[in-house]
Design a protein around this ligand. Structure first.
Ligand SMILES: [Ca+2]
Ligand SMILES: [Ca+2]
Length: 203
């Protein structure tokens, strides 16, 4: 919760699975307006890593908030104001990037900037280049720790990097481990935590 627009009323911010950031404008007595997707200073809806991607097989993949619509002449997809047609030759599918957001005055200039984590575990700063009462978000940049890009990583490669024994003991059905790499070394998180802890202690 943060007063993003500086009107004296706390607002709500939320990340999402498709990746867009949602702003719930606060009012008196903690009443909130319907959510709106946050945009950057050029009017583009913010979704780090989202967008349209051409698929190798000829399809189109949308990473973001989109809605399918069945019409009399086929299937259409509404994405950020665009209306795209899904055809057998160029079928449209949807995925997401996921996001979590926190507002803080990162650079101490009085307005609230955004800190955003995404599905690959990367953490970005989106600077507020506006004012305390009229936000205008600039281009994101990935935060660093210990001189390296800050990233929580998933997958067997990270397990092997940190403790080979962990992966050797993980069963195929086990979920991958989650490792946050930061200045003071790898930090293990959740995912088959008992198995991980046991293997860690026995190694
Ligand atoms: Ca507010
Ligand atoms: Ca600021």
């Amino acid at each position: 919760m943060a007063d993003l627009n500086g009107d004296g009323y706390p607002d709500l911010l939320s990340g999402s699975w498709p990746g867009e950031l949602f702003f719930f404008r606060g009012g008196p007595d903690h009443n909130f307006a319907a959510p709106e997707m946050l945009r950057d200073r050029e009017g583009k809806i913010i979704n780090i890593g989202g967008g349209l991607r051409e698929e190798p097989g000829g399809g189109l993949l949308i990473a973001g908030n989109a809605e399918f619509e069945q019409t009399s002449d086929g299937v259409s997809v509404n994405y950020h104001g665009q209306r795209l047609k899904s055809t057998p030759e160029k079928p449209i599918s949807i995925t997401g990037t996921a996001s979590a957001v926190h507002a803080a005055d990162w650079d101490g200039d009085g307005d609230l900037d955004l800190l955003v984590g995404e599905i690959q575990g990367r953490v970005f700063l989106i600077p507020n280049e506006g004012t305390r009462t009229a936000y205008a978000f600039g281009k994101e940049r990935q935060l660093t720790a210990g001189g390296k890009p800050l990233q929580g990583r998933m997958g067997s490669r990270d397990l092997q990097l940190n403790k080979r024994l962990v992966w050797a003991r993980a069963k195929p059905a086990a979920r991958p481990a989650y490792t946050l790499t930061c200045a003071h070394g790898p930090q293990r998180r959740r995912l088959d935590q008992l198995l991980l802890e046991r293997a860690w202690k026995q190694s």
